[in-house]
Write a protein that binds this ligand. Structure first.
Ligand code: ADP
Length: 367
């Protein structure tokens, strides 16, 4: 079986143009993944060297693809952020070939919302798998049901889910103004990191590249126009409290953050960190939503599978609002898997009403 040592030795036969050493010895092989079928790594180079490293990326990918047992080889070229970016055309990995052209000059100045967007809400969680995407979408649909013009940006680089949840696979087209025109589904204007890259690739993105992609999605999407502005843009953030969240929150004016957690202690500990992160960046924490709070059994009894009320207690301890709870409901899961969100398909259901109430509370907290 292929192992990391073999891969590193093979990559050492390619010369790093900056140091003249083999790529591995030069420390250029980052985030190496060697799995039974896939081999890949990240080539992180200074901004002004990206073009020079294009052929190195290609050569590395070819070499990896020839190794025995490899069916997929992938080398992602990413540019480190330069401290004083020059307004020059840069090429950086796959994104730059399509959506990313000339992004830097248009990068937002701190404290600015995307054009024609009145409010930006981010939805975060301490960890993955707590239902952040499901709840973000429910919130966006709830706001839409209240009569607002709503956008939904799936910025979860580790697991973009909007294309599946909303049943849209086709990436947005580019308008004459070179902006992406977001598809409109279930009343929402949608864009997703999942439209820009192969979801397998997204996993190995790191800081600068990921932040750059998210900034582009925010600022180079035609979310609204002067005649038809967006009332609210809901951003489904990646889980956790890392650099990506921080950069995004520093680059864009954000009107409030919502934190999703399940009631378990483990999830709550992480959610506390998320609340603290937003607090530190001076983003108003609009409140906490408890997901998977309970399950209604066939006899109508409410089963508290992960415990219940933990998020509410946490919210009160941290002195932030509690926005509501969402039970475990197979229909919610199925709707997401089928690309037909349950609350949009069943607007009169108890679940849809629940999300409308949560949306009302969110709006009230933003005033
Ligand atoms: P995250 O964005 O936090 O990683 P997701 O929203 O992708 O989490 O949810 C993880 C899984 O749990 C998905 O399959 C989703 O459909 C399911 N899920 C989330 N919330 C609920 C809920 N309240 N009831 C039933 N299934 C849910």
């Amino acid at each position: 079986m292929l192992d990391k040592e073999t891969v590193l030795a093979a990559l050492n036969t390619i010369i790093d143009p900056m140091s003249g050493q083999g790529l591995s010895d030069a420390g250029m092989v980052r985030a190496l993944i060697v799995s039974p079928e896939r081999v890949g790594f990240m080539l992180e180079v200074p901004q002004d060297r990206v073009t020079q490293y294009g052929p190195v990326r290609l050569a590395s990918e070819k070499l990896l693809a020839r190794l025995e047992g490899v069916t997929k080889a992938q080398v992602v070229l990413t540019a480190e952020m330069a401290p004083n970016p020059q307004p020059q055309k840069q090429a950086s990995a796959k994104l730059s070939e399509r959506a990313v052209e000339d992004s830097r000059p248009k990068a937002p100045v701190a404290g600015v919302r995307p054009n024609h967007v009145k409010k930006v809400i981010v939805v975060g969680s301490g960890k993955g798998g707590v239902g952040k995407s499901t709840v973000s979408l429910g919130l966006a649909l709830g706001l839409n049901a209240l009569g607002l013009r709503v956008g939904f940006l799936d910025a979860d680089i580790y697991g973009p889910s909007a294309p599946v949840m909303l049943g849209v696979r086709k990436p947005p087209e580019f308008g004459d103004d070179k902006l992406m025109v977001p598809p409109e589904v279930f009343g929402l204007k949608v864009n997703s990191v999942g439209f820009l890259v192969d979801p397998d690739q997204a996993m190995i993105w790191r800081g600068p590249m990921a932040s750059q992609a998210l900034t582009q999605l925010l600022t180079q999407t035609r979310w609204g126009t002067a005649e038809d502005p967006l009332d609210v843009l809901v951003v489904d953030l990646p889980p956790g409290t890392g650099d990506v969240q921080l950069t995004l929150t520093q680059k864009t004016l954000i009107d409030g953050a919502v934190v999703v957690s399940t009631p378990q202690e483990m999830a709550l500990a992480d959610a506390r960190r998320a609340v603290t992160l937003f607090g530190k960046t001076a983003i108003p924490v609009l409140g906490v939503i408890e997901n998977m709070a309970y399950f209604v059994g066939p006899d109508g009894a409410e089963l508290e599978i992960f415990g219940r009320g933990g998020a509410q207690k946490m919210a009160s301890a941290l002195k932030v609002p509690f926005l509501g709870d969402v039970p475990l409901d197979p229909a919610l899961r199925k709707g997401c898997d089928d690309g037909r969100p349950f609350t949009a398909a069943e607007p009169d259901s108890e679940m849809a009403t629940r999300f409308k109430i949560i949306a009302e509370r969110v709006l009230a907290e933003m005033k």
